[in-house]
Design a binder for this molecule. Structure first.
Ligand SMILES: *Cc1c(COP(=O)(O)O)cnc(C)c1O
Length: 236
């Protein structure tokens, strides 16, 4: 269960730590957005975090995303919602046009469906391409050596706004390994920049979670996705 009463303190602690991590490596604290990952936590928990200062929330499951947005609209409260979970094309309909950013685009059919539904809704959807930087076969995401080819296939989709890359690193406390994976994401981001159509807003690196966000910020993260450290353990 969410410990609602502990969320404001958690938020304050995490947002301070994020700011300190940015300052420690000479970055502007405002250059890092905290995506508060509220999956499996009730809307009440989201509201408490919002009142404490969180403005951007991340969800993993398409139907839960849809339901939370419907409920939040009914209660007149409208944070910025990002979709960060594995996505199948038949579920894209639940999240367009409400997803301000989709972090987890990693197949051609999903990219095409996001494009089709965005066009129909008259919006352009910010997307990140999820990259498998860990080399673990069980992880989703495009392989680093296939990013260029993937981009070539989807870059003409006009209702997608290509913003950058996302990765889920290996679950490890081996700092060297994490740095290796975050650095890889940043270098791919630089490498493919010239493939992105003008006008370019290719400036997002979504990497870093509860246990590794300081390292991610040091390596250039613009978005850190933090769940447990804000909302407590998830009950599943
Ligand atoms: C759940 C999740 C997070 C948050 O993880 P925590 O360890 O709870 O901070 C971040 N990113 C993705 C893609 C997730 O699915």
């Amino acid at each position: 269960m969410s410990e609602l009463f502990s969320i404001p303190d958690n938020w304050k602690r995490i947002s301070n730590q994020v700011a300190e991590s940015a300052i420690a490596c000479g970055r502007d604290p405002d250059s890092v957005t905290i995506v508060a990952v509220s999956k499996m936590h009730p809307l009440d928990a989201v509201k408490v975090a919002w009142e404490a200062g969180a403005k951007v929330f991340g969800e993993n499951y398409a139907q839960e995303f849809r339901d939370k947005i419907r409920d939040s609209e009914e209660s007149n409260f409208s944070p910025e919602w990002h979709f960060i979970g594995a996505l199948q094309s038949n579920k894209v309909k639940y999240i367009i046009p409400h997803a301000a950013m989709i972090h987890s685009c990693s197949s051609q059919s999903v990219a095409e469906e996001i494009n089709r539904l965005s066009e129909k809704a008259g919006v352009r959807t910010d997307i990140l391409i999820q990259v498998n930087t860990s080399g673990e076969l069980s992880k989703s995401g495009i392989q680093p050596d296939e990013i260029q080819e993937y981009l070539e296939r989807i870059v003409g989709l006009k209702s997608l706004h290509f913003r950058g890359l996302m990765t889920i690193p290996t679950a490890t406390d081996d700092t060297k390994q994490l740095i290796k994976e975050f650095t890889l994401l940043r270098s791919i981001h630089e490498l493919v920049k010239s493939n992105i159509p003008e006008p370019q807003d290719w400036n997002v690196l979504s990497m870093g979670m509860s246990d590794d966000f300081s390292i991610a910020i040091q390596e250039g993260a613009t978005h850190v996705r933090i769940g447990t450290a804000i909302f407590g353990a998830r009950s599943y």
